[in-house]
Every structure is written in structure tokens, then in C-alpha cells.
Design a protein around this ligand. Structure first.
Ligand code: ZN
Length: 184
């Protein structure tokens, strides 16, 4: 396994629509796709991300990984088990939306207030090639929307409705964070 370099905003690969993964290639034991998934998980852990999409490691493929387990960047967030999704599609967005602060490994110094659906349904394949349907709400729904957006060339600032609520991390901590949500 290897830690891969993160593509940052300005790299055109982040703005491309990613290619679907060939499920026959996914199924090949020890194949390139399985190796990429392992490297993405390693990279997500190394960078303390809650999720990572393949375009963020300069691979234009429809793969996302997510996990939240005592995450340093999101210490007050609920547990999300390690999840690998191949060719994920959001099939339903809940009507109700909520504003939440997001960051991104590709825009690592920034935080922005982003409206997201509270609930989403996602259809995808596991790394074993099994079809899954996920009904997610709360923070998991936000992470799924954020990561799957990357597969369509979108980053969180594209979803913001008020760019006065975009801040550098340091200023976010100074001016915007509630005292009870101070990160440790
Ligand atoms: Zn991101």
C-alpha cells in the first residue's frame, strides 16, 4: 500500500467527470483497481480525511472511500465504518436541506458553509462487486454527497450559496467556531 499525492484545486483532473469502473477489472484479484482502493484507504488515513474520491489522487475513476473513526479533522462526528463504493449514484436526494461546514483534502486550508440534503439514497457496488443500496442521513449523507460530487468534477465551494461563508481554517477557528465544538 502507498500514500498517494492529493490533487489540489486547480488540477484539471478534479473538474473532469470520472470514468465508471469496469466491473470485470474490479473483480480481478490483485488487479490494479483493488490496489488503487487499498492506496486510497491508506491515503485517507494518512491525511485524516473523512472520505476520498479517486480523482483526488489523480485517477479519473468512479471510486470513493469513507470512514469516520475518531477523526482528527472531525472529532465530534459520529462513527462511519470503512466504506468503499464503486460507481456510486445518488438515486434520491431528500427535500430537506441543512447547512454544515465542510472542508476538503483538495482545498485543505478552507472551510465553507454548504447546504446539503439531510438524507440521500445511494446505489453502488462494493469492492467485491456486490450491488448495495445505502440509505444515509446526517453526517454520512453529507460525506457521501461531498465525495460523489468529486466524481462529477464538483467541489464543495460549487455547492455554496453564500461565498461570504468561505474561510481559511485559521479564521474559521477564530471567528466561526462555537466554543463547544472546538476541535481537539
Ligand atoms: Zn473533497
Amino acid at each position: 500500500m502507498a500514500v498517494l499525492k492529493i490533487a489540489r484545486l486547480g488540477n484539471p483532473i478534479l473538474r473532469r467527470v470520472a470514468d465508471p469502473v469496469d466491473l470485470a477489472e474490479l473483480a480481478r484479484p490483485g488487479g490494479e483497481i483493488q490496489g488503487l482502493i487499498d492506496d486510497m484507504i491508506e491515503t485517507m488515513y494518512h491525511e485524516n480525511g473523512a472520505g476520498l474520491a479517486a480523482p483526488q489522487v489523480s485517477r479519473s475513476l468512479q471510486i470513493v472511500v469513507l470512514e469516520v473513526n475518531q477523526n482528527k479533522r472531525y472529532p465530534d462526528r459520529p462513527f462511519i465504518p470503512l466504506t468503499v463504493l464503486v460507481n456510486p449514484v445518488i438515486t434520491c436526494y431528500g427535500e430537506e436541506t441543512e447547512l454544515g461546514w465542510e472542508s476538503c483534502l483538495s482545498l485543505v486550508d478552507f472551510r465553507g458553509l454548504v447546504p446539503r440534503s439531510r438524507e440521500v439514497n445511494v446505489e453502488a457496488f462494493t469492492r467485491e462487486g456486490e450491488k448495495v443500496v445505502i440509505e444515509a442521513s446526517g453526517f454520512k449523507a453529507v460525506v457521501l454527497q461531498h465525495e460523489i460530487d468529486h466524481l462529477y468534477g464538483k467541489v464543495f465551494i460549487d455547492r455554496m450559496t453564500d461565498l461570504t461563508q468561505l474561510a481559511y481554517q485559521e479564521e474559521f477557528e477564530k471567528y466561526w467556531m462555537e466554543p463547544e465544538t472546538v476541535e481537539i
